[in-house]
Design a protein around this ligand. Sequence first.
Ligand code: NAD
Length: 257
Amino acid sequence: MRLANKVALITGAADGIGRESALLFAKEGAAVVLVDINDEAGHATVQEIEKDNGCASFFHADVSSAKDSEAMIAFAEKTYGQLNILFNNAGIMHSYDGNAINTDEATWDLTINVNLKGVFLGCKYGIPALQRAGGGSIINTASIVALLGSATAQMAYTASKGGVLSMSRELAVLHARENIRVNALCPGPLKTELLMKFLDTEAKKQRRLVHIPMGRFGLAEEIAKASLFLASDDSSYVTGTEFTVDGGITSAYVTPE
Ligand code: NAD
């Protein structure tokens, strides 16, 4: 098992990438703390892991709150004795997010607070825990919009993900000699609640699919497999990367016919 004797904390673990990663990390031997604001789905995922003889707990925390972020890290250390893997994955895409002219301040603030400040707070309280454990792996979920400008306006979301990527690079440099690796995960468009709610018509979905060389949306399970690589010692020389898992979208100028 690739995560035997490791303790992992995953935010946004009640659904999508976080949920699939929690299931996979537990299968690979990790004790997993699932963090989310959706208690019902979070507890249901824990039960699924336990039914499969895995080890997991749910902790309610809003990642944009410093108090909650500090508490989730304390919970992981208290419950399992240490923290080795920190997966800052929770994120939102607000339906009012648009261009610079029509995005309202409340939408901007909420998006930045969850997507960017949430990752900062996870690191602020999580890094000392990884230091106490003698090192570890941090995975911060960014997006391909941190690398490419999207023609579908989502200014606050894009800015938040650019921040996650650049913050991850600097953290990787600052903590490399403490045996702490930090990578930004950059998924392409996925068939999860977050994006499907945004692309709520067939026309919008098709417009996005045109740009993906593989011609399909990615699955949360596929991102979970990439996060397992970054979490495990298989990626022992990988730090500071923009780890892209996107069906080829960032390599495409024009897509194949
Ligand atoms: P999802 O909506 O399926 O799951 C996100 C989870 O985060 C939900 O369980 C939700 O309750 C939780 N969450 C939201 N706000 C929270 C908060 N303040 N505190 C704690 N938990 C909170 O989304 P997903 O597609 O799995 O996305 C996960 C991450 O991947 C996000 O950061 C997202 O921006 C990023 N991402 C998604 C896509 C995509 O196409 N779906 C592409 C690139 C990056």
